[in-house]
Write a protein that binds this ligand. Structure first.
Ligand SMILES: Nc1ncnc2c1ncn2[C@@H]1O[C@H](COP(=O)(O)OP(=O)(O)OP(=O)(O)O)[C@@H](O)[C@H]1O
Length: 311
């Protein structure tokens, strides 16, 4: 691992600093792992996927991308298309960086680069939508995820997480709800009216690291939370009437399931599109399959880098 490394760099990520960060990462890898490095800079959507797909055949044992969650997702999309998969890591440079939070990476790119000096490996579960589209963090359905999909890259660069908040806030007043049928890996069918469904792979969703506290990137399960009710306001009213913390909604307002598979269907399928890791995805029905331990991911080995004192 880390002998021949392909660095995939999205030059638009990290407020345009990704290319200069890639040179810092190159030095850290050469100095600490004697790596042979090739740096490739993406020109457009799809480059990261194509290069990651062919990386192992091109002689790379490790692929590291520098970019936001979109770049990470595109890279993973390429890696899983080949049965021979290189080691994988990334330097987080996006707005939310959920996978970085889940793996314990530093969210500061300069620190995350330094942390690549000492790494250990972990298993990373990946989600697959409709047999083809990979996801790394979350599939979300409902009025809030729909509105967030329209958040522009310009707004994200200018406003950071606030851009998502503003778009999501407007959606709170929408009167939409969806009649959904959710089938799990035990063939249990759950029917409900919902305004928000999240299917997460890790504990961190939308930058909230405790969103799914029991979920882990390597536990081999999807974690689904569906908020019952026609509008988000309905749900919040119900919670407040019961004096509940909004993040601990009463059980009757939530459906929670863990499963390796979900089929999600709706009566009004054309109305509802999925948000896949923050970007627009296909409409319902959605088939979600979990690819357990699909990738071997590099994780900072903080235990080794900490100073060691004898008692
Ligand atoms: N040279 C390029 N010019 C414009 N867009 C590019 C280029 N290379 C890649 N992209 C696209 O940029 C998109 C967004 O990239 P990325 O997710 O890394 O940044 P971001 O949008 O700032 O991150 P986040 O979504 O976490 O805020 C990716 O989907 C990718 O396809």
């Amino acid at each position: 691992m880390l002998s021949r490394v392909l660095l995939i760099v999205n030059p638009t990520a990290g407020r345009g600093l990704a290319v200069s960060y890639s040179q810092d990462l190159k030095r850290v890898l050469e100095d600490n792992h004697q790596s042979k490095i090739q740096v490739r800079i993406t020109q457009a959507e799809g480059d990261a996927t194509e290069w990651a797909k062919n990386a192992f055949g091109d002689g790379f044992d490790t692929v590291i991308c520098l970019g936001g969650d979109g770049t990470v997702r595109e890279t993973v999309q390429g890696l899983i298309q080949n049965p021979d998969r290189p080691y994988f890591a990334f330097i987080p440079m996006g707005t939310v960086n959920d996978l970085a939070r889940a793996l314990g990476y530093s969210l500061n790119p300069a620190t995350a680069i330094k942390e690549m000096a000492k790494v250990k490996t972990g298993n990373l579960d990946i989600g697959l939508v409709n047999n083809s589209l990979a996801f790394i963090n979350v599939v979300a359905l409902g009025v809030i995820p729909e509105s967030v999909m329209s958040t522009s890259s310009d707004d994200k660069n200018r406003l950071g997480p606030l851009a998502y908040f503003l778009d999501g806030f407007n959606a709170f007043f929408s009167e939409k709800g969806y009649e959904l049928k959710i089938t799990d890996d035990q063939d249990q069918v759950h029917s409900l009216m919902s305004n928000l469904v999240l299917i997460g792979l890790t504990n961190s969703i939308g930058g909230f690291e405790a969103a799914l506290p029991e979920a882990s990137y390597d536990d081999g399960l999807f974690h689904l939370i569906a908020v019952k009710g026609k509008t988000p306001l309905d749900t919040i009213r119900a919670a407040i009437q019961k004096n509940q913390n909004l993040f601990k909604l009463p059980k009757e307002n939530l459906l929670q399931l863990n499963s390796k598979f979900f089929l999600i269907e709706s009566k009004a399928s054309s109305e509802l599109a999925a948000n896949i890791d923050g970007d627009a995805g296909p409409g319902l029905p959605l088939k979600l399959e979990l690819l357990a331990s699909a990738l071997t991911v590099l994780i900072p080995d903080q235990s080794k880098s900490k100073p060691f004192f004898l008692p």
